[in-house]
Write a protein that binds this ligand. Structure first.
Ligand SMILES: C[S@@+](CC[C@H](N)C(=O)[O-])C[C@H]1O[C@@H](n2cnc3c(N)ncnc32)[C@H](O)[C@@H]1O
Length: 307
């Protein structure tokens, strides 16, 4: 195990992080979600994680550390606007800290905050503003693929208590399934064509290796939690009642899609045409026609060894 080789001794500012690890990104990571409009739309249109995700995490924490009325501290990495991931931890921890590299996400999270035990902080995952051996749970919701995972895992090892847990989970918008619709296969086929174009390295310059790690369900070996005691969860789905345009609005909260669509008039026209093609496949001329879709969630869980 690469941990316990000594502590990572470096000061990591947001800017230093950007210049070190983002060279291959067309838009630097800290800028991808740096958009006030996007932060607001994110809350409105992005998918919400189902209860089982948080139940699975808390069950894993409990198996590791036992049952307490409340655990001391959880950190939610890449918390975004807070409402998707951070808030679910509030009932189980004395304090929850949500951190994000993007100013607009932290502003939105702070604006949304109704919990006295949640705080939000503009910080990078690789240099957390918490003491060593102080954190029970580090949660990473749809953000692990954006991190400098080696530095991040070292930082986790610094701040986690023995037996403390890392829980990373995500979903891929590349495989959208339509449920309860007589033309589900035709609609799925159109969605697949749209996704394939958006996730093509040749067509979309904003689609990166990191997006591919998520599309491949975090199976990339280097992304694995570097503890002996780990668990993977697959084959669980989250379902959302939505509409034709609701699905496309949800996709537009993904940075590589939004950046591509807004990149040129031609791409915007293509996006309009995607609405049209979905309506045709559905058999309607109403973009707000109801449509339920589902996505697979995948989870990586790992536990720091007890002393
Ligand atoms: C796709 S969003 C996920 C937001 C939310 N957790 C959710 O599940 O919907 C990824 C977030 O990770 C943040 N992020 C990316 N790199 C980061 C880093 N190195 N440290 C902290 N946050 C980071 C981005 O700014 C963005 O808000």
């Amino acid at each position: 195990m690469f941990f316990h080789q000594g502590k990572l001794d470096m000061v990591l500012t947001t800017q230093a992080y950007a210049s070190m690890s983002n060279a291959q990104e067309l838009v630097p990571i800290e800028k991808r979600y740096e958009d006030v409009k996007l932060s607001a739309e994110y809350v409105e249109s992005r998918v919400k994680y189902p209860k089982f995700v948080f139940e699975t995490i808390l069950d894993y924490v409990e198996k590791s550390l036992g049952t307490f009325p409340k655990y001391p501290l959880a950190v939610d990495i890449g918390c975004g606007p807070g409402l998707m991931s951070t808030v679910f931890l509030a009932p189980y921890f004395d304090k929850v800290l949500g951190v994000d590299i993007s100013e607009s996400q932290i502003e939105q999270a702070t604006l949304n905050n109704k919990h006295s035990n949640i705080e939000y902080s503009l910080s990078v995952a690789e240099k957390l503003p918490v003491e060593e051996n102080s954190v029970t749970l580090i949660q990473v919701a749809t953000a692990l693929h954006w991190l400098n995972y080696e530095k991040f895992y070292r930082e986790c090892d610094r701040v986690l208590v023995p037996g403390g847990v890392i829980a990373a989970f995500s979903y891929t918008v590349k495989d959208i399934l339509i449920v309860n619709h007589p033309r589900s296969l035709a609609i799925q086929d159109v969605l697949m064509r749209i996704s394939n174009k958006l996730a093509s390295f040749d067509i979309n310059p904003y689609y990166s290796e990191r997006n591919e790690w998520a599309a491949r369900r975090y199976t990339y070996p280097r992304l694995q939690i570097p503890y002996e005691d780990t668990k993977r969860v697959d084959g669980q789905y989250m379902e959302f009642p939505s509409t034709i345009s609701g699905i496309l609005r949800c996709l537009m909260t993904t940075a590589y899609i939004r950046l591509f669509v807004n990149n040129s008039e031609e791409n915007q026209l293509w996006w309009k045409d995607c609405h049209q093609r979905l309506m045709e496949a559905y058999g309607t001329d109403d973009p707000e026609a109801p449509l339920t879709f589902k996505l697979e969630v995948f989870m990586l869980l790992g536990r720091k060894p007890t002393l």
